[in-house]
Design a protein around this ligand. Structure first.
Ligand SMILES: Nc1nc2c(ncn2[C@@H]2O[C@H](COP(=O)(O)OP(=O)(O)OP(=O)(O)O)[C@@H](O)[C@H]2O)c(=O)[nH]1
Ligand SMILES: [Mg+2]
Length: 506
């Protein structure tokens, strides 16, 4: 076969490539030009284990060695092996040069070249060889067998911010991923003066990430910045991995957490709106985009439907939402009749809002060390020491770069906040970046037109900064220091809140 291939390739003066399955069956024949061949997307072919189960043999006409581009093909397509058949000037096979990937870096190399052989002398134990190699790949992480539906991710942040800001923002992305039960295998932070508009990262860096993905058995790339449709497309096409961005991750968390009918409708709407412009991408990119995370709507809605059906669905959701929010409005008016003053807890996600509500009202709403533990607003009655009764409302947490669509989607829920007579801004003072978080919250409050409502600051989790007297003294000048876990620490807060509330109401 090698002889015929060389002859034809020489006659056409074009490279010819053959993609072979492990059984030896030909998957595809590719005719290129003198300098190279273009491999079609293989995303419809399911990988066999870690590798793709395909070997590429192609001709080189000018005696070139295996090139960097060949190596990128090997890596990005996860080929079992890539072989170059050099063709002599008389159209005869010279020798066969092969390279394959390695499960571990050896001396900084992630691939290994085999000694060149004459095609006639090629050993016929290729299948055995590949099985051994595949075994080596999987042996490395035994016990981490990929469970169905398991997301194993590499987190990528390309940033133009300062190192400290960039690291802290990446740390938050890790928190988000963990909150969504994603296994975080590795994080990559690249600081650049300018972000590459096509791939976000440089191609070399992307190649490094692909190597890590292969060795760590990752199946998901999460970017810390919002990716536009064409960026998602180029990176998915190039990497053959599922690629999502920070917004989709947040949407996915919301999809898991939404409990109320309205919350579910809002999240689904935000997801669909986010998907819509990204639908123009090629089908396979879409199915990768919607394969797992990012596609799990709160309902059973499969997002692998076309644009028209999404638009239909959006129209229906809009109608339903209108109905639901009307009901909520009526509920609210009834409540207004009872004329209880409303005190609303706001703050950065994970600040301790739900914990505070629980301790104050002896309730048991979900409070946990996860971002966006609360999505649906909850209200409880609270009696102040001096016999004043108020309604205490817990709300969804804020986060920086809250996607605009999502903010809009929650505007209905956040409408509840408009009713508040007093906002209590809960701040996690044990978080090193609590100052930035405060600014994010204040900024969002302004954007939501809530800037005019009186707001008192509560510095929470002071139990964690007990050894930092200076910080404690600092924040006590700006607000009340509490530990939401400890009911006794809340007395000064209750007194202050009642005082402020009394002033507002009179
Ligand atoms: N050490 C300490 N931990 C606290 C305190 N208050 C809350 N926490 C913890 O902080 C985590 C987040 O608390 P939540 O009450 O769920 O925070 P939240 O503001 O409602 O968060 P979202 O609903 O996600 O926006 C939980 O693990 C709490 O146990 C505190 O005063 N001290
Ligand atoms: Mg909460």
């Amino acid at each position: 076969m090698a002889r015929g291939l060389c002859q034809l390739s020489a006659e056409l003066n074009r490279q010819i490539g053959i993609l072979l399955q492990r059984s030896g069956k030909v998957e595809a024949v590719i005719v290129g030009d003198f300098k190279g061949i273009l491999i079609p997307t293989l995303s419809h072919i399911r990988s066999r284990g870690r590798l793709k189960g395909l070997r590429l043999v192609h001709t080189h006409l000018a005696g070139e060695d295996i090139s960097d581009e060949d190596l990128m093909d090997l890596l990005f397509l996860r080929l079992d092996m890539l072989s170059v058949l050099k063709v002599t000037d008389d159209g005869l096979p010279e020798r066969l040069y092969s390279v394959h990937l390695l499960p571990d870096s050896r001396d900084g190399k992630n691939w290994e070249f085999l000694p060149p052989v004459h095609p006639a002398n090629q050993e016929d134990s290729f299948e055995e060889f590949i099985h051994a190699l595949e075994h080596e790949f999987t042996r490395k992480d035994q016990g981490t067998v990929l469970e169905k539906g398991e997301d194993r991710a590499i987190l990528v942040s390309v940033s133009t911010e300062s190192r400290m800001q960039a690291e802290e923002s990446l740390a938050e992305l890790v928190e988000l991923a963990l909150s969504d039960d994603i296994i975080v295998l590795h994080t990559v932070l690249q600081r650049r003066r300018k972000v590459n508009p096509r791939f976000i990262l440089g191609k070399g860096k992307l190649a490094d990430i692909m190597i890590q993905a292969l060795q760590l058995n990752a199946n998901l790339l999460i970017f810390n910045q919002e990716l536009n449709p064409s960026q998602i497309r180029s990176i998915t096409d190039y990497s053959e991995m599922r690629v999502i961005d920070r917004t989709q991750l947040i949407l996915d968390i919301f999809a898991h957490r939404a409990l109320s009918r309205e919350g579910k409708l809002q999240v689904e709407m935000a997801q669909l709106k986010y998907m819509l412009p990204r639908l123009s991408s090629r089908d396979d990119a879409l199915s990768r985009l919607t394969g797992g995370i990012g596609a799990r709507g709160p309902g059973e809605t499969k997002l692998e439907i076309d644009r028209r059906r999404i638009n239909d669905r959006l129209a229906r959701l809009t109608r339903e939402l209108k109905k639901v929010s009307k009901e909520r409005y009526q509920r609210r008016s009834r409540r207004r009749k009872k004329e209880l003053p409303v005190l609303s807890l706001v703050g950065y996600t994970n600040a301790g809002k739900s914990t505070l509500l629980n301790t104050l009202t002896k309730s048991k709403i979900v409070a946990e060390d996860k971002l966006f533990a609360t999505l649906d607003p909850t209200s409880r009655r609270l009696r102040f020491p001096q016999d004043m009764e108020v309604l205490l409302t817990d709300t969804v947490g804020f986060i920086r770069h809250l996607p605009a669509d999502l903010l809009q989607a929650f505007s209905a829920t956040l409408e509840e906040l408009e009713e508040a007579d007093l906002l209590v801004h809960v701040i996690d003072v044990s978080n090193p970046v609590f100052r930035e978080q405060m600014l994010v919250v204040e900024d969002l409050l302004r954007k939501l037109d809530l800037g005019a409502i009186p707001c008192m600051k509560v510095f929470n989790k002071v139990d964690r900064i007990a050894d930092n007297g200076r910080l404690l003294a600092d924040v006590e000048r700006e607000g009340v220091a509490i530990s939401a876990l400890d009911a006794k620490s809340l007395t000064p807060f209750l007194q202050r809140a009642q005082q402020v509330m009394g002033k507002i109401l009179h």
